[in-house]
Structure formats: structure tokens, C-alpha cells
Ligand binder design. Structure first.
Ligand SMILES: [Zn+2]
Length: 310
């Protein structure tokens, strides 16, 4: 084990410890949807897929990803990991053809005491729908790998283990979906040197413009975000352009900019009012009722269009 791993481990422990303390006073219990009940519905919504996960512990969330993929006949590979930091499983669905690969990530774990609807069942639900749509209508010039990771909340453990052993030849870029269930504007973040001009960023901006989005209004490209992070950062270490993707309410753009770029300054004020979508982040209030189906849908549509544009 290296010093870096110890750092990730300690940060993960503190992260989870704080969440456990803050979430000790529980709100009304969350009742997750069963897979059987979901599959019985005539039309499976994105929000109902979120409800498969919310309120379950991390072992159940992980098992649910595999159960869902199997039940929907989506072929997937398993990536087991076990270190002193923890153990678990990530799952990958790959579709399309060609030399180049785009990786889209959604972590399936949540912090203790949080139902984990927006962080990050929202991303898992979006990737599940994308997997189904792309298998029916696969891209011909690129492969899309939809990766459901474990251990993100303990310092991107699943992603760090994944990049050590997985085949990464031809990976042209990575987007890690985080909090994609509230709002109407897309934010691509960690758009920073040396990858600030990466073809993936340009392609995504072009795709969004083609869908009618406007820069700095309905989509934003944001630089390196301090404090917050996600699985994509494990891919930076491998020299792969990798970014976060989050949905936010347009009306909150300025408070959000201040919140994420200066998280320590005015920390007390931020505890009183954290702008959406951070008002529920890592709390017992991160429930599916707070999500907006339109946010889940616009992210799915944008990523579907992106994959087909590459
Ligand atoms: Zn997350």
C-alpha cells in the first residue's frame, strides 16, 4: 500500500463517518421498489429505476445492478476488487464497434444514512436506460462502455482498482455522472489542463449546441473543482481525458459557482443554505421525491446523442 492509498482511505473514512453522524436522525423510512415490481410495470421510468436503489445498503445496491442487468438480458462483465480499503464489484456493459472507446460511469454506492437517490442512483438509472437503448441502436464508429462502479464514496476505490487492471487501450475519454437528477442545465467539470481542449469536450459541446443548448446558460464547462471529485479522476492518472457530468438548476448557477469553487470560505453560511442540487447531497433527504424526471431524461438524451455523434 502506498501513501496515496492511505490518504484516500482516511478521506473515505472521514467522509463516511461525517455522513453517518449527520444522518443519524432519520426522516421517514424510504421504501425501495422491488425488481419484480419494477419489471411488472408496462413502462419502466427512469425515476422507478432510481427507486430500485434508494434506501438500500451498499451490498444490496451492488447486487441490484447485477440483478437488473441480468433480468434485462444486458450482457455485462464483472470487475471484482479487494484491498485493505475495502472490496466490491464494478460492472461494465460494452456496446458498439470500432477502435475508440468512450467510458460513461455511474457509481452504485452511497454514503451511510443517505438514501442515495441523486447521489448516485440517478446516474445508475441513466446508464441502465442508455445500455438498453444503445444495444438496440448501437454506435458503429465507437464503443461505449457503461461502467457501474463501487466504492466511489471511499475515495473512488472501485475506479482506482479498475484502471489498474482493465483494458484501457483506445479509451478516448471518460465522463463520470454525478447528481444528474435535479435541474435543467448540464455541467461538464474538471475541464482543465492538459485536457481542457480534449476532443471529447469539444464533441460534447457540439452535441449540446446541436440539441439547442447554449453555453453558460443551459450548459457549462467548468474547470477543476476543489474538494468534490468523482471516479473520472482515477483515469486522469492514466493520461485519459476524464470529466465529471452533473445537472444543476439554471437559476442556481451563480450560487453554485461560489459554493463549489470556494467551499471553505463562508462554510457556515453554506451549511445554512446549500444551493440545489447540494441541498440533499450526502443527507437523509436525498430521496427520489426530490428528483425531477426531466433532469434524468435530458441527461439520457444528451449522452445518447453524444455517443452517436462520435
Ligand atoms: Zn457521488
Amino acid at each position: 500500500m502506498g501513501l496515496r492509498e492511505v490518504g484516500f482511505y482516511l478521506r473515505g473514512r472521514v467522509n463516511n463517518g461525517v455522513a453517518r453522524l449527520l444522518n443519524a436522525r432519520r426522516a421517514a423510512p424510504v421504501v425501495p421498489l422491488s425488481l419484480e415490481d419494477l419489471l411488472r410495470q408496462p413502462r419502466l421510468s427512469l425515476l422507478d429505476r432510481v427507486r430500485l436503489f434508494e434506501g438500500r445498503d451498499n451490498a444490496e445496491r451492488q447486487a441490484m445492478v447485477a440483478r437488473y442487468l441480468a433480468a434485462r438480458d444486458l450482457p455485462f462483465a464483472r470487475h471484482l476488487y479487494a484491498t485493505f480499503e475495502g472490496s466490491g464489484e464494478s460492472f461494465a456493459v460494452e456496446v458498439g464497434a470500432g477502435e475508440a472507446t468512450l467510458i460513461l460511469i455511474g457509481h452504485h454506492d452511497a454514503v451511510p444514512g443517505s438514501p442515495g437517490a441523486n447521489d448516485n442512483a440517478s446516474a445508475v438509472a441513466i446508464l441502465m436506460v442508455l445500455a438498453e437503448r444503445l444495444l438496440q441502436d448501437p454506435p458503429r464508429r465507437i464503443r461505449a462502455r457503461l461502467l457501474f462502479t463501487g466504492g466511489e464514496e471511499v475515495g473512488y476505490l472501485g475506479a482506482r482498482c479498475y484502471v489498474k487492471t482493465a483494458a484501457l487501450d483506445g479509451v478516448v475519454g471518460v465522463l463520470s455522472l454525478e447528481l444528474c437528477g435535479i435541474g435543467d442545465a448540464l455541467v461538464v467539470w474538471d475541464v482543465a489542463e492538459p485536457f481542457d481542449q480534449a476532443p471529447l469536450v469539444q464533441a460534447f459541446a457540439g452535441t449540446l449546441e446541436g440539441l439547442g443548448y447554449r453555453r453558460d446558460e443551459s450548459y457549462h464547462l467548468v474547470g477543476r473543482i476543489p474538494v468534490f471529485g468523482s471516479d473520472h479522476r482515477a483515469f486522469w492518472e492514466k493520461g485519459i481525458p476524464a470529466f465529471g457530468l452533473t445537472v444543476v438548476p439554471r437559476a442556481e448557477a451563480e450560487p453554485l459557482r461560489q459554493f463549489v469553487l470556494n467551499p471553505w470560505r463562508g462554510a457556515f453560511r453554506q451549511l445554512v443554505r446549500r444551493p440545489p442540487p447540494f441541498h440533499t447531497y450526502h443527507t437523509a433527504g436525498d430521496r427520489s421525491e426530490t428528483l425531477q424526471p426531466g433532469a434524468l431524461e435530458l441527461t439520457t438524451e444528451a449522452l445518447f446523442a453524444l455517443v452517436h455523434s462520435l
